[in-house]
Design a protein around this ligand. Structure first.
Ligand SMILES: *[C@@H]1O[C@H](CO)[C@@H](O)[C@H](O)[C@H]1NC(C)=O
Ligand SMILES: *[C@@H]1O[C@H](CO)[C@@H](O)[C@H](O)[C@H]1NC(C)=O
Length: 318
């Protein structure tokens, strides 16, 4: 536990100073935001972004807050936000091919995380940021001089319209990602998923992309935002071309990947290609069946997560 906010909240000094009623009050204060968030928010407004309208199952809900990502009066994708990490566990979306350019990156925040009565519509950061916003989520300053880039979970170029793309620039869709991963093997993976969608997918393709924390305790940027050791992603395309090339066949209807976000990680999940270019070396991505990813997530997050309803089994073709 290196998160200073959490330490402040739960430090033994705090407990000693309070009567038992005081302690209960203190605990209520610590969890206030979480409880309010869970009472008032779920994914019911944005189930369309999940295969069969079903969000991933098995996530122990304590500390997680679903966000239906809303921009310009429309829902654009969904994120599972973790308050203590000030970072998302995953973002879920339906991929579509981008026409036009990557938008200018105007970074946004979520007023409803800071003020329980606020609109869920994401807003652009002001020059001066409200203290409640700073407490409840990552702010651009967390990333400056951190040696990490802002790594999109759902990338802007997996969305068709300008507004859909602009909506991906919220810090609740972003984790601290090494440049060698973000502009290297992870970027290649995003392009490959898009290519698979365009070439072989004959209906919607549902994508869930997330972050995997360190096993031996969290690492933070600016002592505030949790850094993932790995990135992960999975897609589900239940209706796909009848004739698939032999090497593509195992990758439908569902497939997954895990990418390294730390050069020094061991190779238990993702092996290293010693011949890779220096700038991307040790940021390899390993492609794998959906079940393999779910096994890794179960091990690392200690949660038996099922990402897609019924493992994304497509109906037999008539
Ligand atoms: C930005 O400014 C508006 C209006 O002054 C204020 O309501 C809002 O809380 C500010 N946002 C942040 C992130 O400080
Ligand atoms: C960023 O990297 C540089 C060069 O390795 C290092 O000196 C600096 O301490 C790092 N900054 C942070 C915040 O880790």
């Amino acid at each position: 536990m290196e998160n200073p906010a959490a330490l402040k909240c739960f430090s033994p000094a705090n407990f000693k100073m309070h009567s038992s009623i005081g302690v209960i009050f203190l605990l209520l204060r610590c969890f206030d935001g979480l409880v309010l968030g869970e009472l008032h928010q779920d994914f019911s407004q944005c189930l369309d972004f999940f295969y069969k309208g079903t969000p991933p199952q098995g996530i122990n809900s304590v500390g997680y807050q679903p966000i239906c990502q809303r921009f310009n009066n429309q829902y654009r994708f969904a994120s599972m936000y973790h308050r203590q990490s000030r970072a998302p566990l995953y973002s879920a979306y339906v991929i579509s091919s981008a026409n036009g350019k990557r938008p200018k990156s105007t970074w946004k925040y979520e007023p409803q995380l800071a003020f329980s009565q606020a609109s869920p519509e994401m807003k652009a950061f002001n020059a001066t940021v409200d203290q409640n916003v700073i407490e409840s989520q990552a702010v651009p300053q967390d990333y400056s001089h951190s040696n990490y880039t802002k790594g999109h979970l759902t990338p802007s170029m997996h969305h068709n319209t300008q507004d859909d793309r602009a909506a991906t620039f919220t810090l609740t869709n972003v984790v601290p990602q090494r440049a060698g991963s973000n502009s290297g093997p992870w970027s290649s993976l995003e392009k490959e998923v898009m290519r698979k969608f365009k070439t072989f997918c004959e209906g919607p393709m549902y994508v869930i992309t997330g972050a995997m924390p360190y096993a031996d305790g969290a690492r933070w940027i600016n002592n505030r935002v949790s850094v993932p050791e790995y990135m992960w992603s999975a897609y589900c395309c239940p209706s796909y071309a009848a004739e698939l090339p032999r090497d593509v066949r195992p990758t439908f209807p569902a497939y997954a990947a895990v990418g390294r976000n730390d050069r020094d990680s061991g190779e238990e999940f993702v092996a290293v290609n010693p011949k890779a270019r220096a700038s991307v070396r040790r940021y390899d991505v390993r492609k794998m069946p959906l079940e393999t990813l779910e096994g890794i997530l179960a091990q690392r997050l200690a949660m038996p997560i099922s990402l897609f309803d019924g493992q994304c089994q497509s109906l037999p073709q008539l």
